[in-house]
Design a protein around this ligand. Structure first.
Ligand SMILES: [Fe+2]
Length: 334
């Protein structure tokens, strides 16, 4: 089940609180229907919208602090939307890379739908994080649900095609503890990796950027065997990099080594902006929109400019006076 939301200008009859969900499967996103820059993409992650009902159910002992958090994440989402909408050139699309909400449930996903309506011109694509609830997400957007485009049962996966690169969106949510705010560590699973490999083989003519929520968590043994990584952009704060990530990272990394057209892996989960290169693959950890774990790390989002030979990643901090605002890094695929 892929998760795509059409821009509100094309939703027409739908109320702003009920965003359109189109199951487009393999989606061609060449920008032919709008004046958007087809090579420009916006990456958001970890918006963590939090409802009063969730606070009541899970954080009653911590109510005041959580209410403060709910206000902050809501304002941050609005600020990100203002910044994206103010871009001189409209992006071809936006990917929200998981932890869209903090607990799940109708209240939070209805809030997400209202927030999505702020992005009036931008197609939105969503992955699932460890705070999301897969079925609740789909129920909230059920008006436009269409299973004709199912690519993989019980997982939200997609392929987004564009001129210089394809995005493959994977689903690392496990739902091991569905009634808890955190629903488990990440797991891609054998079935999804098999599907992923078949997509990579079918789309090997173009660079691929893989997007999913949990960070890569290679085993110590794997790191010893695979050699040192090159840090390209260091986090402002301490990067607590290896815990709580994708449990089958080693299997994914083994697969990536056989698919040289995979040039980048984009993850969320760590709430920190960081880029490193391992062998020929760039790993981009997205900043969080909602909140950070470290005060030195800014909240913000990333604008990506796809190019023939690589991609430029630019950090947009919500505080535009932040020293790291507009930090721009060109990654070369060769
Ligand atoms: Fe998160």
């Amino acid at each position: 089940m892929p998760a795509h939301l059409l821009p509100i200008s094309r939703r027409g009859f739908l109320a702003a609180s009920s965003a359109s969900l189109a199951t487009l499967g393999h989606t061609r996103l060449s920008g032919e229907e709008s004046t958007a820059n087809p090579d420009s993409w916006v990456l958001l992650s970890d918006t963590h919208l939090l409802s009063a009902a969730s606070i009541q159910q899970h954080y009653a002992a911590d109510k005041v602090a959580r209410e403060r958090r709910a206000t902050v994440v809501s304002k941050n989402f609005d600020l990100a939307a203002v910044q994206v909408n103010a871009m001189r050139e409209k992006p071809a699309g936006m990917i929200l890379n998981g932890d869209c909400v903090h607990v799940g449930g109708a209240d939070e996903y209805n809030q997400l739908a209202r927030k999505f309506a702020l992005f009036r011109e931008t197609p939105i694509h969503v992955t699932m994080g460890n705070h999301d609830h897969r079925d609740d997400f789909f129920n909230a957007f059920r008006n436009q649900r269409n299973d004709a485009g199912v690519l993989l049962m019980k997982r939200h996966v997609s392929v987004l095609k564009s001129r210089h690169a394809n995005f493959v969106l994977l689903d690392s949510l496990t739902m091991k503890t569905p009634n808890r705010p955190v629903k488990g560590p990440g797991l891609l699973g054998a079935e999804q990796l098999e599907w992923f490999e078949s997509v990579l083989d079918a789309e090997s003519d173009k660079p691929t950027i893989v997007v999913f929520h949990h960070n890569i968590d290679p085993s110590e043994d794997y790191q010893k065997r695979s050699g040192a990584q090159e840090i390209i952009v260091e986090s402002a704060g301490q990067f607590n990099g290896l815990g709580g990530g994708v449990e089958d990272s080693d299997r994914l990394l083994d697969l990536l080594q056989t698919k040289p057209h995979v040039k980048a892996v984009v993850t969320g989960h760590m709430h920190q902006f960081r880029i490193f290169k391992w062998r020929q693959v760039h790993f981009i950890s997205l900043p969080s929109v909602g909140y950070t774990f470290d005060v030195k790390e800014p909240v913000g989002w990333i604008q990506v400019q796809l190019q023939e030979d690589g991609a430029a990643f630019e950090l947009r901090t919500l505080d535009t006076k932040h020293a790291r605002h507009r930090t721009r890094v060109k990654l070369n695929w060769s």
